[in-house]
Design a protein around this ligand. Structure first.
Ligand code: PMP
Length: 399
């Protein structure tokens, strides 16, 4: 089957972003065209209709994670939700609890706000993880004390797919009365998440990771905004209980809601299908490159994730050789320099191994044919590069 993407690449980069499901686009369209109503204006029919659509979307988001509508605040995505949960808690509770705990494999949108707070009289502890990416629970137990304000641990990792033991983490954190935030950007919509069982206070969600549009997300707040006491980071409007002022992104939110509704209906079957495709992909590659190493917790990872370390091939060379296969490397361009991923280094990979890691993220519209073609072509490219003994850009492999 031909890819409907333009240009027609085999898209295996679903941890970065997912295509918007056409069914989601359909539901969004009226709010981009026929209805310009502002949901904050209840005086005319279009405003009221927009407000109803936002509330219906809120219901779909809440239902996906076992929450109630009053516990969902719409934001611009998981980056904002993470910042709001962390900085908003610090602003709300600047009493004797001064310790904030997170872990080494968190997304930068968790690590950076924590670092900001470390500059402002908070004590920030970044816990280590083991080789599979799990938070060291003993270290957590030792770190959480009666002066701990907040613990922020992700549900699933965006590079290696490892799913954290959140129930155990919550038990440890709640024993000491600290707040627990969880970055669910990669997990919600991919694996079952029910906040009623997880005992967390805040959960960040992103629409564009679950086949919704970019630039919209939510923060789940246990018991709602008022009860949490969470403080806003912006001012000048009463929207979203005045925690997140500004006109709500109606088409985005409506699309997000529909995307959540579809995930709720289809997630179980979809994750089985994707895990089988992912296993097939890995099997094909391992047959050709037996020295290939898989990162993460192979028995407890996202069904669509595969993080692969090629023993003697640079990932950027591999990706440059395959411009029509969308993959991602284990490094990120930070301030103009290619830095190896902090996640891969945190699980014990050397800089060189991190540079040789490719992240694969399968998604809803991938076919078996695409996955098999990708595996064959990735293996062929790896052999070609190895035979040349150089990277695609002509440089020798980095140390
Ligand atoms: N957290 C994690 C784990 C992510 O993977 C991402 C997206 N890369 C984010 C947060 C940020 O999400 P958004 O793009 O919605 O701001």
């Amino acid at each position: 089957m031909l890819s409907r993407l333009n240009p027609p690449v085999i898209y295996l980069d679903h941890h970065s972003s997912t295509p918007v499901d056409p069914r989601v686009v359909q539901v969004m369209m009226p709010y981009l065209t026929d209805n310009p109503g502002n949901p904050s204006n209840p005086y005319h029919l279009l405003g009221r209709r927009a407000a109803d659509a936002v509330e219906e979307a809120r219901e779909h988001v809440a239902t996906l994670i076992g929450a109630t509508r009053s516990e969902i605040v719409f934001t611009s995505g998981a980056t904002e939700s993470n910042n709001l949960a962390i900085l908003g808690t610090a602003l709300a509770y600047c009493g004797p609890r001064k310790r904030i705990i997170t872990c080494a494999v968190e997304h930068k949108s968790v690590l950076e706000p924590c670092r900001r707070l470390a500059d402002r009289a908070f004590e920030v502890i970044i816990l280590p993880v083991d080789r599979m990416g799990h938070v060291d629970l003993l270290a957590l137990e030792r770190a959480v004390d009666d002066h701990t304000l907040l613990v922020s641990i992700q549900l699933a990792n965006n590079e290696i797919g490892t799913i954290q033991e959140l129930e155990q983490i919550a038990t440890i954190v709640k024993r000491r009365g600290a707040w627990l935030h969880c970055d669910g950007a990669q997990a919600v919509g991919k694996i079952p998440v029910d906040v009623r069982n997880l005992n967390i206070d805040f959960l960040s969600i992103s629409a564009h990771k679950l086949y919704g549009p970019k630039g919209v997300g939510a923060l789940y707040i246990r018991g709602g905004v008022k009860r949490s006491g969470l403080q806003p980071l912006a001012f000048g409007g009463g929207q979203e209980w005045a925690l997140r002022p500004g006109t709500v992104n109606v088409p985005g939110v409506v699309g997000f809601g529909e995307a959540c509704r579809l995930c709720k209906e289809e997630m179980d079957a979809e994750s089985l299908r994707l895990a089988a495709l992912r296993d097939r992909f890995e099997q094909l590659l391992l047959e050709r490159i037996p020295q290939l190493q898989r990162n993460g917790d192979l028995s407890h990872r996202l069904p669509n994730n595969s993080s692969l370390m090629f023993p003697d091939v640079d990932a950027d060379a591999l990706l440059l050789n395959l411009p029509d296969i969308a993959l991602s490397t284990g490094s990120a361009c930070t301030a103009g320099a290619l830095e190896p991923s902090h996640v891969l280094q945190a699980i014990g990979l050397t800089r060189e191994q991190a540079y040789r890691t490719v992240r694969v993220g399968l998604g809803r519209f991938n076919t078996q044919e695409e996955v098999e073609t990708a595996a064959t072509r990735i293996a062929e490219a790896a052999f070609r590069i190895r035979a040349l003994g150089t990277t695609a850009s002509g440089t020798t492999p980095r140390a």
